[in-house]
Design a protein around this ligand. Structure first.
Ligand code: GP9
Ligand code: MN
Length: 436
């Protein structure tokens, strides 16, 4: 049984990328604040509707000298959506090919996840803030296996007639009402905020839009999306104002990411005109390019700038560990540090299609369809050399997904304890009576 870990460890060892000396340990001892931007796609950054910036605050963060802002960062979720994004960011392993890893296996598996690593290596306290019911995606049990100290779910937030949408507390309330708990956390802390207002069907009352004018395409989903995205931007802005006023900002590194697409493939043709694109020529290549999501690392005095290297959600944990001065070597992580000169820039999606800095490749049962990124053109007659190269990447990336699946599906981490790691006992955690 345990021997099945051998190929996994062989792969993660050779795929590990050394830290970049320019960034290694720059966030040592800082609080880590992770802001999950629900359904937020990269195309929104710097976009305008009716002459107004849609997300002025996130745009300013994106262009800040103190932000490492990634322009070619992709979500890699499958059917588990938010929970797949959480799986990758917390554990460095992929979600499953079907269903949600959280709900199917997450309550019973052994984890070596970020909260436990940060606690054991650097004394971090950990907490999640989420305005939906705690059992959604089985979070209330999965988080215990990850070693999360605190989980503030819906019952910690006000429940009044207009405090919620279908998906839980409105984001502005989530952030403002979390403050009293955040301030009581032992520092350094690792705190994650899961927003929900920008969730399909993107319904929010006009009074929450603060005068923002939605687009008026014939597609309500597209129009509403811009409205809730604008609201989310304001919510994050208010939270930053609070962090600055409270002084927490000075001691924190703030990570923001979009978990996955908001608009479904079927809605993209109605979005195309807003992006100055002809809906008639919209194709698989365009759809794949839209799977970019924001990934930003912000910290006072950080040497930032827009980063063009390609990467995805699987690369976040190794990147964060290195920033905090923690070695990735003992852990089973499928991605590698985005800031490392050795970073693997080939990004695989859960359906095995992938993008490289030069090509976008659809993988249909090992039949590859290759597009050129710079032009968007289909390469209908690829050279032998190009085919060979892309087949090699397809094979490596399929292997990476399969190894990750073998770990998760057969609970292999129970046979492997990283050096210096104490296995997590979920019974040590109880989320019923958090401090008031
Ligand atoms: C639910 C929220 C949404 O609590 O996290 O999850 P999603 O539908 O995006 O997977
Ligand atoms: Mn989601």
């Amino acid at each position: 049984q345990g021997a099945n870990m051998d190929p996994v460890l062989a792969y993660t060892k050779q795929h590990d990328a050394a830290p970049n000396p320019k960034y290694e340990g720059v966030a040592k001892g800082k609080n880590v604040i992770v802001i999950h931007l629900e359904s937020f796609q990269q195309f929104l950054i710097d976009s305008k509707v009716k002459g107004q910036e849609v997300t002025p605050f996130l745009n300013s963060l994106y262009h800040s000298d103190n932000t490492l802002a990634f322009s070619n960062f992709f979500h890699e979720v499958g059917q588990g959506k938010t929970s797949d994004a959480e799986t990758m960011l917390e554990t460095g392993l992929f979600g499953l090919p079907e269903g949600s890893f959280f709900t199917s296996l997450g309550s019973n598996n052994t984890f070596q996840a970020a909260p436990a690593i940060l606690s054991q290596q650097k004394g971090y306290t950990s907490a999640v803030f989420h305005g939906n019911i705690g059992s959604f995606w089985s979070r209330d049990t999965v988080y215990k296996n990850m070693g999360y100290n605190y989980f503030f779910d819906q019952k910690y937030f006000q429940q009044t007639p207009d405090s919620n949408t279908y998906w839980g507390s409105k984001d502005k309330l989530l952030f403002s009402e979390s403050a009293k708990y955040l301030e009581q956390l032992q520092q350094p802390f690792y705190a994650k905020f899961l927003t929900v207002s920008n969730h399909n069907p993107f319904e929010l009352s006009d009074s929450d839009l603060d005068g923002f004018q939605k687009p008026d395409t014939s597609n309500t989903m597209v129009n509403n999306y811009f409205g809730t995205v604008h609201y989310l931007d304001e919510a994050v802005h208010e939270f930053f104002n609070y962090l600055k006023a409270s002084g927490l900002y000075d001691n924190s590194i703030i990570i923001l990411y979009g978990d996955h697409f908001g608009l479904n493939e079927g809605d993209e043709k109605d979005l195309a005109p807003i992006l100055n694109r002809d809906p008639k020529t919209w194709n698989q290549f365009d759809h794949t390019q839209l799977q970019r999501v924001p990934f930003m690392i912000h910290m006072p005095n950080l040497k930032g700038g827009v980063q063009k290297q390609y990467g995805g959600e699987i690369d976040v944990l190794p990147t964060l560990l290195h920033l905090l001065g923690i070695s990735t070597k003992p852990y089973v992580l499928m991605g590698n540090d985005l800031l490392s000169p050795q970073h693997d820039q080939n990004v695989v999606f859960r359906n095995r299609s992938f993008v490289t800095p030069k090509y976008t490749v659809m993988n249909n049962n090992n039949k590859l369809t290759i597009y050129k990124n710079s032009t968007g053109d289909l390469i209908s007659d690829p050279s032998l050399a190009l085919t060979k190269k892309m087949k090699r990447i397809a094979k490596q990336k399929t292997n990476e997904l399969n190894l990750s699946d073998s770990v998760n599906k057969t609970n292999l981490l129970r046979f492997y304890t990283p050096k210096g790691f104490t296995p997590v006992n979920p019974k040590d955690y109880n989320y019923q009576n958090e401090f008031q």
